[in-house]
Design a protein around this ligand. Sequence first.
Ligand SMILES: Nc1nc2c(c(=O)[nH]1)N[C@H]1C(S)=C(S)[C@@H](COP(=O)(O)OP(=O)(O)OC[C@H]3O[C@@H](n4cnc5c(=O)[nH]c(N)nc54)[C@H](O)[C@@H]3O)O[C@H]1N2
Ligand SMILES: Nc1nc2c(c(=O)[nH]1)N[C@H]1C(S)=C(S)[C@@H](COP(=O)(O)OP(=O)(O)OC[C@H]3O[C@@H](n4cnc5c(=O)[nH]c(N)nc54)[C@H](O)[C@@H]3O)O[C@H]1N2
Ligand code: SF4
Ligand SMILES: [Mo]
Length: 760
Amino acid sequence: MSVNKRDIVIEGPVNFTAIKLTEPQEYAAGMGAVKVALQHATKEMGLAKSIATLSKLNQKEGIDCPGCAWPDPKHRSSLGEFCENGVKAVAEEATNAKVDIPFFEKYTVEEISRWTDFKIGKSGRITHPMILKPGSKHYEPISWETAFEKIGQELTNLDNPHQALFYTSGRSSNEAAFLYGLFIRMFGTNNMPDCSNMCHESSGVALGETLGIGKGSVTLEDFEYAEVVMVLGQNPGTNHPRMLSALQKCKSNGGKIISVNPLKEAGLVNFKNPQEFKGVLLGGATITDVYHQVKINQDVAFLKLITKRLLRIEQETGNVFDKEFISKNTNGYEAYVTQLSSYNEEDLLALTGLTDAEVNKTVNILAARKKIIICWAMGLTQHKNGVENIKECVNLLLLKGSIGIKGGGTCPVRGHSNVQGDRTVGITHHVSEKLNKAYKKVFHFNPPIQEGLDVVKAIKAMHNGHAKVFIALGGNFLSAASDTLYTGQALQNCNLTVSISTKLNRTHVVPGKTAIILPTLGRTELDNDRFVTVENSMGRVHRSKGRIQPASNHLMSEPEIIANIAYATLKDKYAVNWQELGKDYHLIRKKISEVFTDFNNYTERSKKAGFDLPNHSRTGDFSKLPQGKIPFSICDLPQHHLEKDEFLLMTIRSHDQYNTTIYGMDDRYRGVYNERRVVFMNLKDVETFGFKKMDVVNIVSNYDGVERVAKNFLIIPYNIPQGNLAAYFPEANVLIPNNQYADKSFTPISKSIKVKLTAV
Ligand SMILES: Nc1nc2c(c(=O)[nH]1)N[C@H]1C(S)=C(S)[C@@H](COP(=O)(O)OP(=O)(O)OC[C@H]3O[C@@H](n4cnc5c(=O)[nH]c(N)nc54)[C@H](O)[C@@H]3O)O[C@H]1N2
Ligand SMILES: Nc1nc2c(c(=O)[nH]1)N[C@H]1C(S)=C(S)[C@@H](COP(=O)(O)OP(=O)(O)OC[C@H]3O[C@@H](n4cnc5c(=O)[nH]c(N)nc54)[C@H](O)[C@@H]3O)O[C@H]1N2
Ligand code: SF4
Ligand SMILES: [Mo]
């Protein structure tokens, strides 16, 4: 453990918590999910609050689930339109536990830093604005007014605006995000590191460079028409549970599901739909038709192999590829095919770790069908070649003419419930001339034209002292980012760190010289009869309105907090009435629709089921792309030079966490209970390296000659390809150097870390 300034333990404790193991589960949901969901809800919120929130969850104009970004169906079930993990997300936010003034009087920052993330999170909702003064060990209360003044002063005292960083996590509403982006640009910087930098940034870059829009093309209805859905690098049973209903529907309409994942994830195998009598009581529905347990980061090899075989059938029969689509809408086909022919099928097959017969099943399914949806998440984006992983998926869809048609297209499945909306309304560190022009026209100022810092660069800037103030609109920056110790030192270098948060987390206890916590309302809570709007993973914008009494009378909504910080910093420098905007979200929406014309008549259209934002890759209009064509991408195979005793480690989510928020200590589907410090390993590898089940090891990475150690993990023999390992995030984040990220997207390589295991 590394003890730093103020005696803080940056990465938390590394001791064990009494593990219990069972066989991994072969289905997702079912009665077990209903039971666990109800337990969480009643334990955290009590019965009355549980009913008040859950009856409104994901209903039209109800509370948008603060869990993932999966969209709601057109027809909402009266039985409840949510899943186990949606209930956990709500329960976590609406908990009755409180982090109040006596809590901070009792515990020093150092004491809390020695707690697990689980214990920190379970402490409850923050009730008052708090400040940690230089040299002080305890947070103490501060009035909202003084807090805003202090933040405004620190910001205005900087030598230049680029010394400030403004992080966003994807739970904030469009209204909060827009106001934040406006203020930051008026302040004079584009330093807007965002959680998506660590998440789907690779998708945004790959889709932007090919299809000209960084979002997916399909809608939920497309799943009903799809003939094939491929799911690569995603664990929907845990992270997007209601996606299983869409897959089930696709199957019952005759569609085929192909899963590509090093792990046999329960939800992709079998689903017992809790909304169906049959689903709860009987055998449930088989989901996947062909399951490819590909080796970590060999998706490009897999995709090249199947396209090579498809090409062969095309050359024989002439009816596999959509030649009309290719000639009308794409360029670079010849060069793509030439590069493809330079690979040898046996080599590709060996890299994937799959068998000929399995691969051919998928080839035959794809050869005969055109309506293909490809879904993916972190298993593709968080590698050095994250962008190319996705471009190779696009290549396949182009060959089949599967983009811009009913039942086919791209489906990057987003994480945070409004991460896509935050981006749409202006949270980006990139400079867009078009956007700057619109800001200038509506708000009469010159937005900064210097590219801002993303997450990786922001950490470096704090570490080397170039950035001095860090403000976070939500999230848990320290635990989410890679290189935990380096990131912790970076935050501690700041003069001021500010967190706008609902709940206490590790970032609050690894603070700058001064640290301020501004407690805010959660999605579920009443906000003076106001509502906000969000955008789901498929580009639909709709309302969300809180329903329950706020956790404390001293909370402020996110838009109001941002408006106050903006006013304290900029005063009347620009013709913006911050206070008025902070109070009236309708006015914010009016401004959004002036800057982003796709949002015309915003408030009205966000009623009921909401509205879809225009998307040319959905409608198949590629005329605005350079030469009106989508380029085929030429992707190389990723290179990992592993020594004999080196493994590729992926960091994954357990079934009982939401990113850095630990709901509970169980990973029910994988059969691991009451322990998070585990490393999943192939039984043959366990034996070859002379280990036994439950041996204690350290996981060690060595990049550029620097060793990083994640201490104390129990070996769990598991159905995972040889040479591959899996451990949970955030415990394993200490292993990922800040400078190891995906080309072009700068997404940390959280899914392919080169490591060794050493016995303890
Ligand atoms: N309950 C719950 N829901 C969540 C979240 C949560 O933490 N908890 N987080 C939200 C967020 S922000 C996000 S981004 C999403 C994340 O959703 P996911 O991306 O599903 O989350 P991960 O656990 O990171 O899972 C990645 C999957 O990719 C597989 N994988 C890893 N490496 C590779 C590879 O090289 N190739 C292939 N083909 N597969 C690979 C892993 O085995 C795992 O099944 O979920 C969102 N929803
Ligand atoms: N090794 C590894 N690292 C990863 C990943 C991985 O797969 N492996 N995944 C990455 C991904 S995909 C993501 S998206 C990031 C997540 O990074 P973040 O978004 O920064 O992390 P979260 O854990 O989602 O943030 C949780 C905190 O948000 C605050 N919060 C919750 N709700 C609200 C709200 O409504 N308003 C406000 N203001 N605050 C709120 C609470 O204080 C809570 O503690 O982590 C990334 N890090
Ligand atoms: S699938 Fe996602 S959005 Fe839907 S209820 Fe579950 S966690 Fe919430
Ligand atoms: Mo994410």
